[in-house]
Design a protein around this ligand. Structure first.
Ligand code: ADP
Length: 381
């Protein structure tokens, strides 16, 4: 322990200054160093605080620009007789390494109230500053990536619209010549059947079937492109009502296929685009019946209310979908089964996906306990 009485005040002060984490120095009116603490001496490349006496910043191991700046601030503080507190400044060592300092400078007065120098202290904030600069850079980079992403998205949307318009125009224009081919095939069959042998008649039938399939395909592409084109506003509706309306259209299918249809939908009104939601359920129900070999096809429709969205589930006891294909079937024209056994164009589920996306939701499917498939989709509340 050090007995304070055995130390001169000056020595005690030096002892305290040398043992605190700050950097301290003081200069005369001409910015010539009069003293400093140990931390400052070491950072100035000196072994002892006494070595600083009589030196100027230009004698110390920092750049000339730094020294110019330090002296300019000294002058400002001394001329104005006013402290400059907690300002940030950099310090570049002769080897090029850079430090960041948070500095305060206060004027020193004599008994006659004349400014005779300055007292300076600083803390080394390099680590904090570097982190701050890195964060700023990351924020800047993020802004640039965000901007790029926005542009890409914009271009993608434009491309999408172009593609949809193209699909719409092309499928619309293709219908006319196809109708003509279909018409003439009908005429050939009607007028020239007696002149054709069995093989010839079979060929005519093939042409007829091809025309029908193509017209089905065109109709579906048109439907797909219209999902986006036909603007429908959001309405608060009871989904049960929409669904029961749709079911009326397929009563004969339900009866013919002996379908057991169980609907458990919310009693609440839900904000959605009713016509599109009707098409969505319609497609999923018909698929559940079509891709089904059970004696009694079952379709169960359920929902779950979640915090920000509704989760709907259309389950069937159909032929099921292997896990590796469960994502692909939502792509346009993707079909897993031969046309011989199951008709279709491969567009239905892509229409479903667009509809769900337009409601800010997601659609996917999973195998279920009934041996069939659960189609699940969400709608933002
Ligand atoms: P489409 O029914 O016209 O073939 P979709 O886009 O509706 O076209 O379906 C794509 C494919 O996904 C179907 O061809 C079928 O292979 C498969 N699929 C769709 N729904 C079901 C389902 N409920 N069960 C089994 N397979 C299905």
């Amino acid at each position: 322990m050090i007995a304070s009485t055995s130390l001169k005040t000056e020595d005690l002060l030096q002892l305290v200054m040398d043992n605190i984490p700050a950097f301290i120095f003081w200069k005369d009116r001409n910015s010539i160093y009069l003293g400093c603490n140990m931390n400052f001496a070491l950072s100035a490349g000196l072994n002892n605080p006494k070595e600083i006496i009589g030196k100027s910043d230009y004698d110390l191991p920092w750049s000339k620009e730094d020294s110019d700046f330090y002296r300019a601030v000294d002058k400002k503080v001394m001329d104005a007789g006013k402290s400059e507190l907690n300002f940030e400044e950099s310090q570049t060592a002769k080897d090029g390494s850079k430090k960041w300092l948070r500095t305060s400078k206060i004027p020193l007065y004599d008994d006659a109230n004349n400014v005779i120098g300055i007292l300076g202290t600083y803390e080394d904030i390099t680590a904090k500053k570097e982190m701050e600069l890195q964060l700023l850079k990351q924020a800047e980079d993020l802004k640039v990536s965000n901007e790029e992403l926005k542009n890409l998205n914009f271009k993608l949307e434009e491309l999408n619209i172009d593609l949809e318009q193209f699909a719409y125009a092309a499928s619309h224009d293709l219908q006319e010549p196809l109708r003509m081919v279909g018409g003439f095939v009908g005429l050939v069959r009607k007028k020239y059947s007696p002149m054709l042998d069995a093989e010839g008649l079979e060929y005519v039938d093939y042409i007829g079937q091809g025309v029908n399939r193509m017209s089905d395909l065109i109709r579906n592409i048109l439907l797909f492109s219209k999902v986006e084109k036909d603007i429908e506003s959001l309405e608060k509706v009871d989904i049960n009502e929409i669904l029961h309306e749709k079911i009326k259209d397929i009563t004969h299918v339900l009866q013919e296929s002996n379908v057991d249809l169980e609907i458990n939908l919310p009693d609440k009104k839900i904000k959605c685009q009713p016509i599109r939601i009707g098409i969505l359920f319609y497609n999923l129900i018909l698929n559940g019946i079509k891709f089904n070999r059970s004696e009694k096809p079952r379709i169960l429709i359920n929902f779950e209310e979640q915090e920000t969205q509704w989760l709907f589930r259309v389950s069937d006891n159909g032929i099921g979908i292997e896990e590796e294909y469960q994502a692909e079937i939502f792509h346009p024209f993707k079909r897993l089964n031969s046309r011989e056994y199951f008709s279709g164009s491969g567009i239905g589920l892509s229409i479903c996906k667009r509809i769900v996306q337009l409601h800010g939701g997601k659609i996917w499917c999973e195998s279920n306990d009934l041996g069939g498939t659960d189609f699940k989709f969400t709608i933002q509340k």
